[in-house]
Ligand binder design. Structure first.
Ligand code: HEM
Length: 428
């Protein structure tokens, strides 16, 4: 298969499958859904677990069993649409990316078999236990420094700007090998990227994000060139070594595109996970106190955060051929909205799914990281970051609490979910 561009604008739209329930109003951009996607889809999961959302042109799948089945069948349900903008990009922003030297290609989430397996194998090797062991003390040290700054500023403090946003960006930049002197610039370029493809960014915002994407791509191209000439102990140099040993195993443009794609995949979503995690934990003092008293419970608490309040509530697929889901005949070309959030609250798998419970013995059965050949490449890194942040906060700030009375506001987004702001307080 020829290389495909990273993003594609889709205009085709398959009709509602015959006999399938149709909802004329459902959209993840509604205030009701953004405030609580779980409540918005709970009734659907019972009554019409698969339905066609007329306003979106997507088939919505809500039960764990059906979502998992779609993930497990990549030949019939392709991931080629996952990086396509959900809403059309404005002409001015599209023009900024239409220049010849903006040329990232699909390498992972939207790459199809058999090339996907070839590329993924090499990228996965970079997420080795050794690389995570090198990163762990760096994440812990930076987390402690950000907590020091929060404490120095005094309570109350805003957690998203203070810690949840900076830490994951810096982590993925160190993983790739970017120098920390470039952090400020890199963060400017990569922030808000989720709004470009999955959000409702205004035309002006889209233009700013597109400028950042172009600047960031050019930076990645230059960075890969530098590492090629002078390899270091980092993920990028490992990929280049594979390319040099056998260019058919991993093409040079694929290395550039992996580096480019990773910071987006592993940045804003982790910030959202940290915000959601603290909201869930601090909303139930008993469970927070338990973690402070016994940090060995943090690992399962992180799994429960991913199940109960995941930073990614949906993902997409497109049917490559006429097929069936839950007994409905689905025409080829149907775009599918897999509700990971609804599946993670499916009572067929989880007892009392609307209860946040750090002791849940099957919390790990969540589908927040997907399933099958595209299972999240950065899952171990994301979990490591969340565990370290919770270890540091429970140890240093056991009195941490949500500032009472605050209402959480969420950025309008088709797929990703996390608070815009999260105000915290603590004793003394
Ligand atoms: C809590 C944080 C995260 C969540 C909830 C999450 C979730 C997901 C999901 C649902 C998928 C799609 C799986 C599928 O299509 O079956 C995915 C894929 C992916 N994720 Fe993550 N992710 C997270 C963090 C990260 C991080 C930190 C990185 C990188 C450092 C990352 C890199 C990727 C990549 C490269 C893919 C595509 C894998 C492939 O197609 O083979 N993710 N992630």
């Amino acid at each position: 298969m020829a290389d495909k561009p990273y993003h594609r604008i889709r205009t085709e739209r398959a009709p509602a499958p015959e006999g399938c329930p149709v909802d004329h109003a459902f959209t993840p951009f509604s205030k009701t859904y953004m405030d609580d996607p779980y409540a918005a889809l709970a009734a659907k999961r019972h009554d019409t677990p698969v339905f066609y959302a007329e306003a979106l042109g997507y088939l919505v799948v809500t039960r764990m069993e059906d979502v998992a089945e779609v993930f497990r069948n990549p030949a019939v349900f392709s991931s080629e649409n996952v990086q396509d903008p959900v809403l059309p990009i404005c002409p001015a922003a599209a023009a900024k990316l239409a220049v010849d030297d903006y040329s990232p290609i699909a390498v992972m989430s939207n790459r199809q078999p058999p090339e996907h397996a070839r590329i993924r194998k090499h990228a996965l090797a970079g997420f080795s236990a050794r690389r995570l062991r090198i990163l762990a003390p760096i994440i812990r040290q930076r987390c402690n420094a950000l907590v020091d700054a929060m404490l120095a500023g005094g309570a109350p403090a805003e957690f998203v700007t203070g810690l949840a946003h900076p830490l994951p960006g810096e982590t993925i930049f160190r993983f790739i090998g970017f120098p920390d002197t470039d952090d400020r610039m890199l963060k400017e370029w990569t922030t808000d990227r989720l709004a470009f493809t999955w959000g409702q960014a205004s035309d002006t915002e889209q233009e700013t994000i597109a400028e950042g994407m172009l600047a960031y791509w050019r930076y990645c191209v230059e960075f890969v060139k530098t590492r090629h000439a002078d390899p270091q102990d980092d993920f990028t140099s490992e990929l280049l070594a594979i390319h040099d040993a056998d260019p058919d195993a991993l093409a040079y443009r694929e290395v550039e595109s992996i580096v480019y794609g990773l910071s987006f995949a592993g940045h804003g979503i982790v910030s959202n996970m940290l915000g959601n995690g603290l909201i869930s934990l601090l909303s139930d003092r008993t469970q927070w106190d338990e973690l402070c008293a016994d940090p060995t419970k943090i690992a399962n608490a992180v799994e429960e955060i991913l199940r109960f309040n995941s930073p990614q509530t949906s993902w997409r697929r497109v049917a490559t051929q006429d097929c069936e889901i839950a007994g409905y005949k689905i025409p080829a070309g149907t775009q599918i909205f897999l509700s990971l959030g609804a599946a993670n609250h499916d009572e067929a798998l989880f007892d009392n799914p609307e209860t946040f419970d750090i002791h849940r013995d099957n919390a790990r059965k969540h589908i927040a990281f997907g399933q099958g050949i595209h299972f999240c490449l950065g899952s171990r890194l994301a979990v490591l970051e969340a565990q370290i942040v919770l270890e540091v906060l429970t140890k240093r700030l056991p009195s941490l609490a949500l500032v009472p009375g605050q209402k959480f506001d969420y950025v309008p987004n088709f797929t990703f979910r996390g608070p815009k702001e999260l105000w915290l307080t603590w004793d003394g």
